[in-house]
Every structure is written in C-alpha cells, then in structure tokens.
Design a protein around this ligand. Structure first.
Ligand SMILES: Nc1ncnc2c1ncn2[C@@H]1O[C@H](COP(=O)(O)OP(=O)(O)O)[C@@H](O)[C@H]1O
Ligand SMILES: [Mg+2]
Length: 315
C-alpha cells in the first residue's frame, strides 16, 4: 500500500545535485501548510534560494515565517550545536564558557560526523520533541536534505555513532534518531530525480544504499522537469515527413522535432526508472519560465498534492 506523506512527521527529499530537491521540498511543504498543518521547512547548510522564492531575505539560522502555517530555517552545524548545547545545558553562561572556548571548538570540529549528528538531532527535536504549551509545535518537518553522498552520510550517522560508542548520553540520542529514521510511520525518505541517465542511476544507487545499509525504504520518487508532448501522434508523423525547405517554418519544425525527441527520451527513462526502482513516481512538469517564484512553487504544490491524493492511500 502506498504511504500517505501527509501522515508522516519527518519528510526528507534527497537526490543528485541540481535536480530540484529544494523546489520539490518547498512545494511539498507549502502543500502541507495549505492543508492547515504547522509546517517547518528545514534546510541544512544550504545556499538559500527559498528566501528569494518567497520574496524575503536569504534564510539563515533564525526561523522565518514564509506564509500561513509555513516556517523555514537554514541550519548550520554551528547553530544547531549551539541550540543543542543550550537545550542541554540550559544556562547561557556555561554554554559560552564551554562552547565558545576555542580549544573546545576545535576539538568538536575534529570529530567526524558531529555536524551531521547535531543537524539530524535538530530535525529530530523539531519533529518529535518540540512543544508549544501542551501541543506539538510542528505537525510535519520537511527536510531539504543534502545531495546524494552527503545525504547518505547524514542518515548514516546515528548508526555510525551507535556502532562506535556503546553507552552514555550520545549513544542514547543516536539510538533514538536511528529508531526515528527506521520507522516508516514517522519518517519518509523521498528521492528527486530527472528522467535522464545519470540522475536515474544515482537514484538507484541511493535507494539500494538506503535499503541495504540503513534499513530505510524509499517512499516516493519525484520525477522533476517532465516535458509533455504538445502534438498528437499524427501531427508528430506529419512533422517527421516534412521535407526541409527554405521556409521560415524550418526552424520551428526542427525545434518541434527536437522537443519530440526529448519527450520520447524522457518516456524511455521513465520506463527504465520503473524497472530499476520499485516505488511510485510523482511527476512534476517542466516550467519553461523556471521554478524560482512563489506562483510556480504554488502550482507545483498543487500538482504534488493532487497526485499524492490519488495515490497516497491511507495505510
Ligand atoms: N519543474 C521545474 N521546471 C523548471 N525549472 C525547475 C523545475 N524544478 C527546478 N527548476 C529549476 O532548477 C534549478 C535547480 O533547482 P533546485 O530545486 O535548486 O535543485 P537542488 O535543490 O536539487 O539543487 C533552479 O533554478 C530551479 O528554478
Ligand atoms: Mg537545493
């Protein structure tokens, strides 16, 4: 049975660099907010483009309201570490004495994986722990996760920690995070891809690694920038029969054939994708004017929401 993404508490989007992770994560987060869910869109250490999309300043460590029910933050390891330490130590003076001490800082920086651990810890805190009064502060946390390699490392870090240290506070934190990531009711990991050779191969590798090494099954594949064919089959055939001539229409015919070839290539890769990864695919159309404005993200959010409603049957 297909999972209902709107029932999850932590929804991650990863995939190859540049395929549209940020676009899809923002659009999905917007669709959650529109349903009335209190939504936190979390970026990790990103070169922010979400601020610009929503006509705001670049988003940093401070949480920003993007619209009704929708908040966004762009966490760095240092800011996540500070928040975490303040939560644990409670007292700012002690924090300053300990964490703003240069020796302690360079010691922390030297521990491999510590950045990922605190960033994941922050996502965990917002998704599972944070409260406002008696209620949960967030209904859903949407994580615009790093691209493939870094994304895998981020998700792997709790297992790495629990395999190295065997008890204590850090061990317990890592155990909790691992359980959260492996619980399909709580966490959903999704891959964004293009219908092209390299992104599809990378997606396959990613889904296998997640399954085999982390026991995480990928939920949905989001195929981005999907072209549609404006011609009927008959019109296509006519286009191919037309002899090149010197008319002004030549270049138009050529671009039409080129477009047709791109559509056919995407269809081929859509089939390959189905063969390679056993997941339901959500298709997002290519927007010829880009996906850098709020109106476009809103359109994409509706497209995502419609397709998830058709397919995302409640378990
Ligand atoms: N469906 C789409 N149609 C057209 N342009 C898109 C679409 N999705 C993303 N883009 C554009 O592609 C670029 C990369 O998208 P982005 O979401 O930042 O990718 P990533 O986060 O994976 O690096 C951006 O300039 C964005 O406007
Ligand atoms: Mg991005």
């Amino acid at each position: 049975m297909k999972s209902d993404l709107y029932k999850r508490r932590l929804v991650l989007f990863t995939g190859k660099g540049g395929v549209g992770k940020t676009t899809v994560a923002s659009a999905f987060a917007l669709s959650c907010a529109k349903r009335g869910m209190k939504t936190l869109l979390m970026q990790v250490n990103a070169k922010d483009r979400i601020g610009a999309i929503f006509n705001q300043d670049p988003i940093g460590e401070e949480m920003v309201e993007l619209g009704p029910n929708l908040y966004c933050v762009n966490s760095t390891p240092a800011s996540a570490m500070r928040e975490y330490a303040l939560m644990t130590l409670k007292i700012k003076i002690i924090y300053r004495a300990v964490f703003e001490n240069k020796i302690v800082q360079s010691f922390l920086n030297a521990i491999p994986g510590i950045s990922e651990l605190v960033l994941l810890g922050k996502a965990y805190y917002h998704a599972a722990v944070e409260k406002r009064g008696k209620k949960r502060r967030w209904d859903i946390v949407v994580l615009d996760a790093p691209a493939t390699g870094h994304g895998i490392f981020l998700l792997k870090i709790p297992s790495v920690v629990t395999s190295i240290i065997e008890s204590g506070h850090m061990f317990e934190e890592a155990e909790r995070m691992k359980a959260m990531l492996e619980d399909p009711e709580f966490t959903s990991v999704n891959i964004v891809t293009l219908l092209e050779d390299l992104p599809i191969n990378e997606s396959k590798m990613l889904s296998e690694t997640l399954q085999e090494e982390l026991n995480i099954a990928v939920d949905y594949i989001f195929a981005n920038k999907v072209l549609s064919n404006p011609f009927t089959e008959e019109e296509e055939n006519t286009l191919h029969r037309l002899e090149d001539s010197d008319t002004l229409l030549d270049s138009l015919f050529q671009s039409a054939r080129f477009h047709g070839a791109r559509v056919a290539s995407q269809k081929k890769y859509a089939d390959i994708l189905k063969e390679k990864i056993d997941c339901f695919t959500i298709e997002i159309p290519y927007f010829f004017d880009g996906a850098d404005r709020a109106e476009q993200i809103e359109k994409i959010s509706k497209i995502i929401s419609t397709q998830l409603n058709q397919t995302g049957e409640v378990e």
